[in-house]
Design a protein around this ligand. Structure first.
Ligand code: PLP
Length: 371
């Protein structure tokens, strides 16, 4: 048997992003028991740091021991019961997954559909809220990773509140990369992922639930159908200060990594991290446009951390071009997803990947290959 040695890549796709050595070092520390008092202290620290990242005082703020998809599922299975109605905004792949979740809860999805490359339209959402006063949930993706579009979470959450609707917000790609204020915007349930703008390895999903969301969960008449994601059970593990009970064995070393990444975010400051993503995006955009590449998304809705550019017509085999980037430059960029497969590239500038040297590498490599 030979040891696996991963190649050294620069990750500029839709995630995972580059992981700084500091986080890898943190993860390589000795494993301790997940109920060890030292680990419990770490859990408390992580909760506090996540509250900062999400800008919330929500007591139920913690990382689920599973990827972003589990964060999504956790929000839906806990807040929806069979027969409930949820308004789901779909403007890309991940809105579609939300609909799947609703249906699997035995609930009814009312879909507000916007074109891929467009943000969620608040007027259409308001109409849907008026047409469906019995809707319990409004759910949308803040930063659609499949298209590179940012939607106006603040306005959408305000509309939901005006219609007595709880909100579920997908912040897998936005946390740490775009302004996001859970309490000020009145978000009820939010989930993210470790591998995007937090620059951790994949596998953890930070989540946060408001008091309104918890009230809805407490008033459920059916058991949550997922044992692992049932918040009433997970809460005893993450929330039982001093007296935690066993729920599952937390991925201890992954938590070391998340803790380190959140320390890095706090040291930099959220506003500075948001500004860095924007500054790097502007540099990349200037270089890409100089090469004649065009963005899919209008400037006002573009994600700085995910640049979706149309594949030039003269490129007949886009997969071969990405393969060359990987083989000759050790550079990963993302392919189009779903309906955009073969039509766009998704160039990520997430977290630690949002830096000048990555921008330069990507522009130089693309210039060489496209010429
Ligand atoms: N939601 C969005 C917007 C995403 O970009 C992703 C992953 O790319 C997910 C959900 C699912 O996250 P994960 O792949 O960590 O399960």
């Amino acid at each position: 048997m030979t040891k696996f040695t991963p190649p050294k890549r620069t990750l500029m796709g839709p995630g995972p992003s580059d992981v700084p050595q500091r986080i890898l070092d943190a993860m390589a520390q000795p494993t301790i028991g997940h109920l060890d008092p030292a680990f419990q202290t770490l859990m408390e620290d992580i909760k506090g740091l996540l509250k900062y990242a999400f800008q919330t005082e929500n007591a139920l703020t913690f990382p689920l021991s599973a990827p972003g998809s589990a964060g999504m599922e956790c929000a839906f299975v806990n807040l929806l019961e069979p027969g409930d109605k949820a308004i789901i905004c779909r403007n890309g792949v991940f809105g579609g997954r939300m609909i799947e979740n609703v249906e699997r809860c035995g609930a009814i999805a009312v879909v507000v559909e916007n074109d891929w490359g467009e943000p969620v339209d608040p007027e259409m959402v308001e109409d849907a809220l008026k047409d469906h006063p019995d809707a319990k949930i409004l759910a949308f993706v803040h930063a659609e990773t499949s298209t590179g579009v940012l939607s106006d979470a603040e306005t959408l959450c305000r509309l939901a509140r005006e219609h007595d609707c709880l909100t579920i917000v997908d912040a897998v790609t936005s946390l740490g990369g775009n302004p996001l204020c859970v309490d000020d915007w009145g978000i009820d349930a939010i989930y993210s992922g470790s591998q995007k703008c937090l620059s951790c390895p994949p596998g953890l999903s930070p989540v946060s639930f408001s008091e309104h969301a918890l009230e809805a969960i407490r008033n459920r008449s059916h058991k949550v159908q997922s044992w692992f994601l049932d918040l009433s059970l997970v809460m005893d593990y993450w929330d039982g200060e001093g007296g935690r009970t066993y729920h599952h064995t937390a991925p201890v070393n992954a938590m070391y990594g998340l803790h380190e990444s959140l320390c890095i975010l706090k040291e930099e400051g959220l506003e500075n991290a948001w500004a860095r993503h924007t500054a790097m995006h502007e540099k990349l955009r200037d270089g890409l446009e100089d090469m004649g590449l065009e963005y899919l998304v209008a400037p006002e809705y573009r994600l700085p951390q995910l640049n979706t550019v149309k594949i030039p017509v003269h490129v007949t085999d886009e997969a071969a071009l990405r393969k060359r980037l990987l083989e000759e430059f050790n550079l990963e960029i993302g392919a189009g997803l779903g309906a955009l497969a073969g039509k766009v590239w998704r160039i990520g500038l997430m977290g630690y990947s949002a830096k000048q040297e990555n921008v330069d590498l990507c522009l130089n490599a693309l210039r060489r290959i496209l010429n």
